[in-house]
Design a protein around this ligand. Structure first.
Ligand SMILES: [Zn+2]
Ligand SMILES: [Zn+2]
Length: 260
Protein backbone atom coordinates (compact mmCIF):
# COMPACT_ATOMS: atom_id res chain seq x y z
CA UNK A 1 0.00 0.00 0.00
CA UNK A 2 1.37 3.39 -0.94
CA UNK A 3 2.28 5.62 1.99
CA UNK A 4 -0.11 8.37 0.92
CA UNK A 5 -2.99 5.89 0.88
CA UNK A 6 -2.16 4.71 4.39
CA UNK A 7 -2.11 8.33 5.54
CA UNK A 8 -5.44 8.97 3.83
CA UNK A 9 -6.95 6.00 5.63
CA UNK A 10 -5.58 7.08 9.01
CA UNK A 11 -6.83 10.62 8.35
CA UNK A 12 -10.29 9.30 7.59
CA UNK A 13 -10.27 7.19 10.72
CA UNK A 14 -9.30 10.17 12.89
CA UNK A 15 -11.95 12.35 11.26
CA UNK A 16 -14.58 9.75 12.02
CA UNK A 17 -13.59 9.68 15.69
CA UNK A 18 -13.63 13.45 16.07
CA UNK A 19 -16.81 14.10 14.12
CA UNK A 20 -20.01 12.30 15.08
CA UNK A 21 -22.34 10.67 12.57
CA UNK A 22 -24.52 13.32 11.07
CA UNK A 23 -26.80 13.71 8.07
CA UNK A 24 -24.76 14.56 4.98
CA UNK A 25 -27.44 16.98 3.90
CA UNK A 26 -28.86 18.78 6.97
CA UNK A 27 -26.21 17.85 9.60
CA UNK A 28 -28.78 16.38 12.01
CA UNK A 29 -26.92 13.97 14.28
CA UNK A 30 -27.44 10.22 14.44
CA UNK A 31 -27.77 9.11 10.80
CA UNK A 32 -25.78 9.58 7.60
CA UNK A 33 -28.98 10.37 5.71
CA UNK A 34 -31.84 11.38 7.98
CA UNK A 35 -35.39 10.28 7.21
CA UNK A 36 -36.54 13.73 6.10
CA UNK A 37 -33.65 14.17 3.67
CA UNK A 38 -34.02 10.59 2.39
CA UNK A 39 -37.64 11.28 1.48
CA UNK A 40 -36.57 14.28 -0.57
CA UNK A 41 -34.23 12.30 -2.83
CA UNK A 42 -35.75 12.08 -6.28
CA UNK A 43 -35.71 8.77 -8.07
CA UNK A 44 -34.76 8.84 -11.73
CA UNK A 45 -37.99 8.87 -13.72
CA UNK A 46 -36.70 8.17 -17.22
CA UNK A 47 -34.26 5.36 -17.77
CA UNK A 48 -31.79 5.27 -20.65
CA UNK A 49 -30.04 2.74 -22.89
CA UNK A 50 -26.79 2.01 -21.03
CA UNK A 51 -24.74 2.12 -24.23
CA UNK A 52 -25.87 5.23 -26.15
CA UNK A 53 -27.67 7.07 -23.36
CA UNK A 54 -30.89 7.60 -25.35
CA UNK A 55 -34.11 7.28 -23.40
CA UNK A 56 -35.36 3.70 -23.31
CA UNK A 57 -38.24 1.85 -21.72
CA UNK A 58 -37.20 0.29 -18.44
CA UNK A 59 -33.50 1.03 -19.09
CA UNK A 60 -33.29 -1.67 -21.77
CA UNK A 61 -30.42 -1.68 -24.27
CA UNK A 62 -31.88 -0.13 -27.41
CA UNK A 63 -32.24 -1.81 -30.79
CA UNK A 64 -29.35 0.16 -32.32
CA UNK A 65 -26.99 -0.99 -29.58
CA UNK A 66 -28.00 -4.66 -29.65
CA UNK A 67 -24.63 -5.79 -31.03
CA UNK A 68 -22.52 -3.50 -28.86
CA UNK A 69 -23.00 -5.12 -25.45
CA UNK A 70 -24.20 -8.28 -23.77
CA UNK A 71 -25.86 -6.15 -21.12
CA UNK A 72 -29.65 -6.30 -21.47
CA UNK A 73 -30.20 -3.03 -19.64
CA UNK A 74 -29.36 -0.90 -16.62
CA UNK A 75 -31.72 0.52 -14.06
CA UNK A 76 -30.46 3.48 -12.12
CA UNK A 77 -32.03 4.62 -8.86
CA UNK A 78 -31.08 8.29 -9.16
CA UNK A 79 -29.18 10.70 -11.35
CA UNK A 80 -25.64 11.05 -10.05
CA UNK A 81 -25.19 14.55 -11.26
CA UNK A 82 -27.48 17.20 -12.59
CA UNK A 83 -26.14 20.42 -14.07
CA UNK A 84 -26.89 23.24 -11.65
CA UNK A 85 -28.81 26.23 -12.93
CA UNK A 86 -26.70 29.33 -13.45
CA UNK A 87 -25.67 30.76 -10.10
CA UNK A 88 -27.05 27.81 -8.13
CA UNK A 89 -24.63 26.05 -5.84
CA UNK A 90 -26.20 22.65 -5.38
CA UNK A 91 -27.21 20.05 -7.87
CA UNK A 92 -30.56 18.41 -7.22
CA UNK A 93 -29.21 15.03 -6.25
CA UNK A 94 -26.15 16.46 -4.53
CA UNK A 95 -26.89 14.26 -1.55
CA UNK A 96 -26.72 11.06 -3.63
CA UNK A 97 -23.40 12.12 -5.07
CA UNK A 98 -22.03 12.99 -1.64
CA UNK A 99 -23.36 9.75 -0.12
CA UNK A 100 -21.68 7.60 -2.78
CA UNK A 101 -18.43 9.49 -2.31
CA UNK A 102 -18.44 9.10 1.48
CA UNK A 103 -19.46 5.44 1.15
CA UNK A 104 -16.62 4.66 -1.25
CA UNK A 105 -13.80 6.93 -0.20
CA UNK A 106 -14.42 7.52 3.49
CA UNK A 107 -15.29 3.85 3.90
CA UNK A 108 -18.62 4.44 5.64
CA UNK A 109 -20.21 1.00 5.21
CA UNK A 110 -23.49 2.03 6.86
CA UNK A 111 -24.37 4.10 3.81
CA UNK A 112 -24.94 0.86 1.87
CA UNK A 113 -28.33 0.63 3.60
CA UNK A 114 -30.00 3.86 2.47
CA UNK A 115 -28.36 3.54 -0.96
CA UNK A 116 -29.68 -0.02 -1.38
CA UNK A 117 -33.06 1.22 -0.20
CA UNK A 118 -33.06 3.76 -3.04
CA UNK A 119 -32.31 0.95 -5.49
CA UNK A 120 -35.14 -1.14 -4.06
CA UNK A 121 -37.56 1.78 -4.37
CA UNK A 122 -36.60 2.12 -8.01
CA UNK A 123 -36.75 -1.60 -8.79
CA UNK A 124 -39.83 -2.62 -6.84
CA UNK A 125 -42.32 -1.41 -9.44
CA UNK A 126 -40.17 -2.06 -12.45
CA UNK A 127 -40.33 -4.88 -14.91
CA UNK A 128 -38.25 -6.43 -17.59
CA UNK A 129 -40.46 -5.76 -20.59
CA UNK A 130 -41.53 -8.74 -22.62
CA UNK A 131 -44.30 -8.80 -25.17
CA UNK A 132 -45.62 -12.09 -23.89
CA UNK A 133 -45.12 -11.47 -20.17
CA UNK A 134 -43.47 -8.61 -18.27
CA UNK A 135 -41.10 -9.92 -15.59
CA UNK A 136 -41.05 -7.99 -12.30
CA UNK A 137 -37.77 -7.57 -10.41
CA UNK A 138 -38.10 -9.60 -7.20
CA UNK A 139 -39.36 -11.48 -5.32
CA UNK A 140 -38.18 -14.60 -7.04
CA UNK A 141 -41.41 -16.48 -7.65
CA UNK A 142 -40.15 -18.26 -10.77
CA UNK A 143 -36.80 -19.02 -9.19
CA UNK A 144 -34.96 -17.53 -12.14
CA UNK A 145 -33.36 -14.41 -10.65
CA UNK A 146 -30.09 -13.93 -8.85
CA UNK A 147 -28.24 -10.88 -7.50
CA UNK A 148 -24.50 -10.62 -8.22
CA UNK A 149 -22.16 -7.74 -7.28
CA UNK A 150 -19.43 -6.44 -9.59
CA UNK A 151 -16.34 -7.95 -7.94
CA UNK A 152 -13.16 -6.15 -6.95
CA UNK A 153 -9.71 -7.52 -7.67
CA UNK A 154 -8.41 -9.30 -4.52
CA UNK A 155 -5.57 -6.77 -4.21
CA UNK A 156 -7.95 -3.84 -4.28
CA UNK A 157 -10.31 -5.60 -1.90
CA UNK A 158 -7.46 -6.00 0.57
CA UNK A 159 -6.71 -2.31 0.35
CA UNK A 160 -10.32 -1.15 0.68
CA UNK A 161 -11.34 -3.69 3.26
CA UNK A 162 -14.73 -4.15 1.64
CA UNK A 163 -16.35 -4.30 -1.77
CA UNK A 164 -18.87 -1.46 -1.96
CA UNK A 165 -20.84 -3.22 -4.73
CA UNK A 166 -21.08 -6.36 -2.63
CA UNK A 167 -22.51 -4.48 0.37
CA UNK A 168 -25.10 -2.85 -1.89
CA UNK A 169 -25.92 -6.22 -3.48
CA UNK A 170 -26.36 -7.89 -0.09
CA UNK A 171 -28.71 -5.19 1.13
CA UNK A 172 -30.63 -5.11 -2.14
CA UNK A 173 -31.02 -8.90 -2.35
CA UNK A 174 -32.37 -8.96 1.20
CA UNK A 175 -34.82 -6.19 0.45
CA UNK A 176 -36.03 -7.76 -2.83
CA UNK A 177 -36.10 -11.24 -1.33
CA UNK A 178 -33.76 -12.59 -4.02
CA UNK A 179 -30.76 -14.91 -3.65
CA UNK A 180 -27.28 -13.38 -3.60
CA UNK A 181 -24.41 -15.09 -5.37
CA UNK A 182 -20.90 -13.74 -4.91
CA UNK A 183 -18.65 -16.66 -5.69
CA UNK A 184 -18.99 -17.26 -9.45
CA UNK A 185 -17.82 -13.96 -10.91
CA UNK A 186 -14.23 -12.86 -10.27
CA UNK A 187 -12.05 -9.94 -11.29
CA UNK A 188 -8.81 -11.34 -12.63
CA UNK A 189 -7.23 -8.16 -13.93
CA UNK A 190 -6.25 -5.43 -11.50
CA UNK A 191 -6.95 -2.61 -13.93
CA UNK A 192 -6.68 1.11 -13.23
CA UNK A 193 -9.98 2.34 -11.72
CA UNK A 194 -12.25 3.38 -14.61
CA UNK A 195 -12.96 6.69 -12.91
CA UNK A 196 -9.34 7.72 -13.49
CA UNK A 197 -9.71 7.37 -17.27
CA UNK A 198 -11.65 9.98 -19.20
CA UNK A 199 -11.51 8.64 -22.76
CA UNK A 200 -14.30 6.17 -23.57
CA UNK A 201 -12.18 3.99 -25.85
CA UNK A 202 -9.37 3.79 -23.31
CA UNK A 203 -11.90 2.82 -20.65
CA UNK A 204 -13.17 -0.04 -22.80
CA UNK A 205 -9.61 -1.21 -23.41
CA UNK A 206 -8.75 -0.94 -19.71
CA UNK A 207 -11.62 -3.14 -18.59
CA UNK A 208 -11.44 -5.69 -21.42
CA UNK A 209 -11.15 -9.26 -20.17
CA UNK A 210 -11.05 -8.14 -16.54
CA UNK A 211 -13.61 -10.68 -15.37
CA UNK A 212 -13.73 -14.41 -15.23
CA UNK A 213 -16.80 -16.45 -14.54
CA UNK A 214 -17.02 -20.05 -13.41
CA UNK A 215 -19.40 -22.31 -15.28
CA UNK A 216 -22.06 -22.94 -12.67
CA UNK A 217 -25.51 -24.48 -12.38
CA UNK A 218 -26.32 -21.43 -10.24
CA UNK A 219 -26.22 -19.33 -13.42
CA UNK A 220 -27.95 -21.64 -15.84
CA UNK A 221 -30.88 -19.79 -17.42
CA UNK A 222 -30.91 -17.14 -14.70
CA UNK A 223 -31.72 -13.47 -15.00
CA UNK A 224 -28.79 -11.78 -13.27
CA UNK A 225 -29.27 -8.49 -11.45
CA UNK A 226 -25.72 -7.14 -11.55
CA UNK A 227 -25.06 -4.56 -8.85
CA UNK A 228 -22.59 -1.68 -8.87
CA UNK A 229 -22.55 1.74 -7.26
CA UNK A 230 -22.28 3.92 -10.38
CA UNK A 231 -22.57 3.30 -14.11
CA UNK A 232 -20.82 5.72 -16.45
CA UNK A 233 -19.95 4.18 -19.82
CA UNK A 234 -21.28 0.74 -18.85
CA UNK A 235 -17.89 -0.77 -19.80
CA UNK A 236 -17.53 -2.61 -16.50
CA UNK A 237 -21.11 -3.92 -16.52
CA UNK A 238 -20.80 -4.99 -20.18
CA UNK A 239 -17.63 -6.97 -19.49
CA UNK A 240 -19.29 -8.70 -16.52
CA UNK A 241 -22.36 -9.45 -18.66
CA UNK A 242 -20.18 -11.07 -21.32
CA UNK A 243 -18.52 -13.35 -18.76
CA UNK A 244 -21.84 -14.21 -17.07
CA UNK A 245 -23.55 -15.10 -20.35
CA UNK A 246 -20.59 -17.22 -21.46
CA UNK A 247 -21.19 -19.19 -18.30
CA UNK A 248 -24.90 -19.74 -18.82
CA UNK A 249 -26.79 -16.65 -17.64
CA UNK A 250 -29.87 -15.90 -19.76
CA UNK A 251 -30.09 -12.16 -19.17
CA UNK A 252 -27.97 -9.60 -17.33
CA UNK A 253 -29.49 -6.39 -15.98
CA UNK A 254 -27.37 -3.78 -14.23
CA UNK A 255 -28.74 -2.14 -11.09
CA UNK A 256 -26.87 0.95 -9.90
CA UNK A 257 -27.40 3.76 -7.42
CA UNK A 258 -26.70 6.38 -10.05
CA UNK A 259 -25.72 7.12 -13.62
CA UNK A 260 -22.47 9.04 -13.95
ZN1 LIG B 1 -31.04 15.40 6.93
ZN1 LIG C 1 -28.58 2.48 -27.33
Amino acid sequence: MAANLILAKIGTFILDIIFPIQCLSCSKEGEWICKECFKKIELLKKQACPICGNESKGGARCFNCRNKSELDGVISAAAYWKPAAAGAKETKNGLVKEAIHVFKYRFVKDLSKPLAELMREQLKNRQIFRKEKPIPFGPDIENDKIVIPVPLHPKRLRWRGFNQAELLAKNLAKRLDLPLENSVLARTKNNIPQVEIKDRKERMENIKGAFDCAESPKLKNKIVILVDDVCTTAGTLSECAKALKNSGAREVWGAVVARG
